[in-house]
Design a protein around this ligand. Structure first.
Ligand code: ADP
Ligand code: MG
Length: 623
């Protein structure tokens, strides 16, 4: 048998590497911006067309490259940043793998122009699909410009895999923001389809935050400053009262590079304990500096995940320093922490570019998952199946014991006017049928228990309501006939630039479920009306919550926008655990649940009720 192993040609190897390094236009933006930072640029310009599909260009005034370096920079493993393996453990630069340019050039048409200060002329290189096309001298000021045209032009599968312009644009914006926050002393600009989205002048971190997120942040930030031998923590946290229902304003920078870390996020969230409303997320921009020897940044190809040697100490220090910062702010809430003079604030949130937008890439956070103990049915250490098997397919039959009321009794739950009086009348009217109604029991303000033929039915009140509302909203969206209730005092909501674009995209769907939401210039919207039956006082939180769920769903699932909106709205508007229900409300809930087309599961596929069979109970007692 002949030998069968080949060495892959570089062009193929580069394309494979590109799959890891360049998942989407935003990944190229990140790599190129980081290269500019590493080249000591003081001005970096990002120019984007069609969410990066047609053009991504980064222009910097950094140190530039020689003719030879320019050519070499596209070779695989070509880097000026490390020389020996030992350097890996002492990194202070953004890049080091020497993969980015080679990978990008393998899957796009690239033009590089670069010149060092000391050189007479610059050099211009054309390279496409990994094939070197030309290099010639050209006139160029000091620095480097790299244009990436037609990303993935030679990998149609990858190109087709790109999401909508709105989504891709959002990712680009996100990477831009991360680099811009990490380097406030560098001026950045961002032009999208000919419109300048940001022009950030150099300044300090606070000025940068304000320039990106708006003047109101001037009053919202509390400084954090902690120096220990293990880690130095600086930056800002948002005052708790400004915490949002939407994620996306959480930033950790480790040695000045953006990272994601669920464990550290938990530390901050813990420090905010009690101070935050349920379901809201603190804003933070925290810079952690550690000895590079104590971290391993190499575990993830895009380097947003990091392993710490001593993550427990860092967790503890982080938590206490955030707590301390919060404490100081509480003691002297009127004391303003070096407010930036507003006239000096380079607030550059420009009018939205028209079409595109967004979605967030919510920070991965293992701690915000639903508490598994809520769903894992177990009793006395012995678990009983809470999976498919325990959801009876013949639920109607099983549910005979809970006699359904006739249609004359309207759901009171959703109309929010459940009165015990009504319940009593109903009870009287349906005396016989309701023999079992008195046997409803609410457990820990979370579950509704009721006896059924075969055992006990345990209903998760939140999920049940979510299912009911989901089907209801789907119907109203389909028919676009949701009743809206106008607010006496319309409320103003301010969104991040990314969210503005998302909301703009979703306006029609919002109105289909009964919102009357109108743009009020820049990043402000006004809520004039909300779906009938929704609580007025929480309308801002409601909209924020819907957006957050929407973004999460968009990220994790492939839902049609309308289904997504219906799901997000249902999730936000559904009664939560912790709400005590009147008997009447419980009955209404159960009735409506079993009138649904898919009563057994919440829209996210988790069970909305479980049936605990009497024989299981018997078994437990036989032990
Ligand atoms: P890495 O950043 O990991 O070294 P890259 O492929 O991103 O690898 O870049 C290869 C090399 O090209 C860099 O090490 C650097 O020497 C050079 N380079 C890339 N971009 C720039 C730039 N904007 N200005 C100056 N030099 C650059
Ligand atoms: Mg690089």
């Amino acid at each position: 048998m002949p030998d069968i192993i080949n060495l892959l040609p570089d062009s193929v190897a580069n394309q494979i590497a590109a799959g890891e390094v360049v998942q989407r236009p935003a990944s190229a933006v990140k790599e190129l911006m980081e290269n500019s930072v590493d080249a000591d640029a003081t001005h970096v310009k990002l120019i984007v067309k069609d969410a990066g599909r047609t053009l991504l260009q980064i222009v910097d005034d950094g140190k530039g490259m020689t003719e030879t370096d320019a050519r070499l920079s596209f070779e695989r493993h070509a880097t000026s940043k490390i020389k020996t393996a030992a350097d890996l453990f002492n990194l202070h630069t953004m890049g080091f793998r020497g993969e980015a340019l080679a990978s990008i050039a393998a899957i796009a048409q690239v033009e590089l122009k670069t010149k060092r200060e000391e050189d007479e002329t610059g050099t211009c290189i054309q390279i496409a699909g990994g094939k070197f096309e030309s290099q010639e001298p050209c006139a160029f000021p000091k620095g480097t410009s790299i244009s990436i045209k037609n990303l993935f032009f030679n990998v149609p599968a990858r190109r087709n895999f790109l999401k909508s312009d709105a989504v891709e644009f959002r990712h680009i914006l996100e990477e831009f923001e991360r680099v811009a926050f990490a380097h406030p002393h560098i001026a950045f600009s961002f032009t999208n389809n000919g419109t300048e989205v940001y022009k950030l002048i150099k300044g300090n971190l606070k000025q940068r935050i304000i320039a990106l997120y708006g003047n109101p942040y001037n009053q919202r930030l509390v400084p954090v400053d902690e120096k220990t031998d293990i880690v130095q923590i600086t930056g800002f946290i948002g005052k708790p009262e400004f915490a949002k229902r939407t994620r996306g304003e959480q930033f950790f920078f480790l040695n000045n590079r953006f990272i994601k870390n669920g464990y550290l996020h938990h530390a901050v969230q813990k420090a905010f304990d009690q101070l935050l409303a349920h379901d809201s997320y603190p804003t933070y921009f925290l810079f952690l500096d550690v000895d590079p020897k104590t971290i391993d940044v190499n575990i993830h190809p895009t380097k947003t995940e990091v392993k710490f040697q001593d993550d427990q100490s860092i967790y503890a220090i982080l938590r206490s320093s955030v707590k301390r910062a919060l404490g100081q702010y509480n003691i002297s809430p009127t004391l303003d922490f070096n407010q930036e003079m507003s006239m000096e604030i380079p607030y550059n949130r420009k009018e939205m570019p028209t079409a595109p937008v967004i979605k967030v890439n919510p920070n991965y956070n293992p701690f915000t998952n639903n508490n598994p103990s809520v769903t894992a049915g177990s009793y006395g250490g012995q678990s009983f199946a809470q999976n498919e098997k325990s959801i009876p397919s013949n639920w109607q039959e099983m549910f005979d014991a809970h006699v359904k009321t006739e249609d004359t009794r309207e759901s009171t739950l959703l109309q929010g006017n459940a009165e015990d009086e009504v319940f009593q009348q109903t009870e009287l009217k349906n005396e016989n049928e309701f023999a079992n109604a008195g046997k409803l029991w609410q457990l820990h303000e979370r579950y509704i228990l009721t006896a059924v033929k075969s055992g006990i039915l345990v209903i998760d009140q939140h999920r049940a309501h979510e299912r009911i509302l989901f089907e209801k909203y789907l119907r109203v969206i389909e028919n676009s006939n949701a009743p809206s209730q106008q607010l006496l005092f319309p409320e103003t909501i301010e969104f991040s630039i990314a969210d503005v674009m998302l909301v703009t995209d979703l306006l029609e769907d919002f109105s289909a479920i009964g919102f009357d939401l109108r743009s009020f210039g820049a990043n402000t919207f006004i809520v004039h009306g909300i779906p009938a039956g929704t609580e007025e006082k929480s309308c801002v939180t409601l909209v924020e919550g819907i957006l957050e769920s929407y973004k999460q769903n968009e990220q994790e699932l492939h839902l049609q926008p309308q289904e997504n909106i219906a799901r997000s709205m249902a999730k936000q508007a559904a009664i939560k655990a912790g709400k005590s229900l009147t008997p009447n409300e419980m009955i209404a809930l159960i009735d409506e649940l079993f009138a649904c087309t898919m009563p057994s599961h919440a829209p996210d596929g988790k069970p909305s009720f479980i049936n605990f069979p009497i024989d299981e109970l018997d078994k437990l007692f036989r032990r």
